[in-house]
Design a protein around this ligand. Structure first.
Ligand code: GLC
Length: 436
């Protein structure tokens, strides 16, 4: 896995564009239950695969998808070219089980990539290693697998199919910004696939769920127990607006805007990227609740993005309920939980800023340096007073402190990491506060 990409590397866009949109769309939208309907709900193969004959998304309009994505401040797109069901959303020569053989009959990946190219908007393609349709894939009934006849299983043949398909995706659609693998259940290793992607598509980043190590790690859904330490390697977390599925689900329950904002804030402020997912219905339209959530998050992200994507400064302020980012004359306090009241005392921090501004609303807080009344310590602390506490509950708030001089030195890039790229020990990765 990579710590970063040097500026000269064509993949370095990934370290500048930090929040992307994930879209799960395929014939599973016809069922409207789950992208893994066959595995999770036991729908028989014949019944499921007949969804293909009803896939006719008359309202699919790549321009309106891209408008929505861009208006909401997302900076790249990851789209499901092939999910576990094996259905392909592009015009592939490798299997007839593809979108050209539906009533719709148009190349969805082609239409989307064309729109992305017009706007210079990075497009990555999701590709599932597990394949429930291809007879050669060794479906042995492990997790995310539906047992098939072992007489046909042949990993070599399957890998030939995968490589041919990835070559198609990397050759027929102009610049592709990444291959987003998922579910290499057999743990098969074949770095030659990654080498081929690199040689055909120098801008393409590759995640760590495929046939080799990849460039970055991919924690998913709830992943909060990391001690708030910055990521040692490139990381991209993801979650969906829907609580039960990644694809369109008729009776979906949605996450709160606050919970999703908190996740985005957490991962980006620790140096990672975030992919926010939604699934359009069988017509090609995003459900209204999903659109509303994306709009609200987009508005918020626009207000606080600069602070979230500034370098992480863990340990600079000791309060457990917020994260710090910043550099030079700026320190950002990212309040993962709403403040308990109108005053925030910054533990272990005693430099008076020239300005303390709540980025969400533009309001100013009153900054003072004084000992805290409820502790015995006489040491002065930075206090932020007169916060609009009751109006800070429904969104993740960010306060930006501006100092008269460059006092903030961000954390060093950590050297060691665990599986998800998280440093275990804080000592070297603390930010430093210079004397004025
Ligand atoms: C999990 C799910 C899969 C989904 C993916 C997105 O791997 O099994 O359905 O596409 O998460 O990250």
């Amino acid at each position: 896995m990579k710590k970063s990409f040097p500026e000269s590397d064509m993949r370095s866009w990934f370290t500048r564009k930090r929040c992307g949109m994930f879209i799960h769309w395929g014939i599973y939208a016809v069922g409207g239950i789950h992208e893994q309907e066959r595995w999770r709900y036991g729908t028989p193969e014949k019944v499921y695969e007949a969804y293909k004959d009803r896939f006719d998304p008359r309202k699919f309009d790549p321009a309106s998808w891209l408008d929505m994505i861009q208006e909401n401040g997302m900076e790249y797109l990851v789209f499901t070219a092939k999910h576990h069901d094996g259905f392909c959303m592009w015009d592939t020569n490798e299997t007839p089980f593809n979108v050209m053989n539906t009533p719709f009959g148009k190349d969805v990946v082609g239409m989307l990539s064309e729109e992305c190219h017009k706007r210079d908007f990075p497009l990555e393609l999701y590709y599932s290693c597990v394949d429930w349709h291809h007879k050669a894939y060794p479906n042995l009934g492990r997790h995310h697998e539906i047992e098939t006849d072992p007489a046909f299983h042949d990993m070599e043949e399957y890998m030939r199919f995968v490589k041919n398909q990835i070559r198609e995706l990397c050759t027929n659609y102009g610049t592709i910004h990444g291959i987003w693998w998922d579910m290499n259940v057999p743990g098969h290793v074949d770095e030659s696939v990654h080498e081929m992607i690199h040689s055909l598509q120098p801008c393409a980043v590759i995640n760590n769920r495929g046939y080799g190590e990849g460039d970055y790690s991919t924690p998913e859904r709830n992943f909060l127990d990391n001690g708030f330490l910055p990521f040692a390697n490139l990381t991209e977390a993801c979650d969906s607006v829907g609580m039960n599925a990644w694809s369109f689900r008729k009776d979906e329950d949605y996450f709160s805007v606050r919970k999703l904002e908190k996740q985005i804030a957490l991962y980006t402020a620790l140096g990672g990227n975030f992919l926010l997912n939604a699934g359009p219905d069988a017509e090609g339209v995003f459900p209204s609740p999903a659109k509303k959530i994306l709009r609200e998050i987009g508005k918020w992200y626009g207000q606080v993005k600069k602070a979230l994507t500034a370098p992480p400064c863990p340990g600079l302020v000791k309060n457990a309920s917020f994260l710090c980012t910043g550099e030079g004359d700026t320190l950002n306090l990212i309040l993962l939980d709403p403040p308990a009241g109108e005053t925030l005392n910054l533990e272990g921090f005693a430099i008076l800023p020239e300005e303390a501004r709540i980025l969400n609303t533009g309001e100013e807080a009153v900054a003072t340096l004084e000992p805290m009344s409820y502790t015995l310590g006489k040491e002065p602390r930075l206090r932020l007073r007169k916060l609009p506490a009751d109006r800070m509950n429904d969104s993740v708030q960010v306060i930006r402190l501006k100092f008269a001089a460059d006092v903030i030195v961000p954390a060093k890039v950590p050297e060691t990491e665990n599986r998800d790229g998280i440093r275990q020990d804080l000592s070297e990765s603390q930010g430093i506060c210079r004397d004025l």
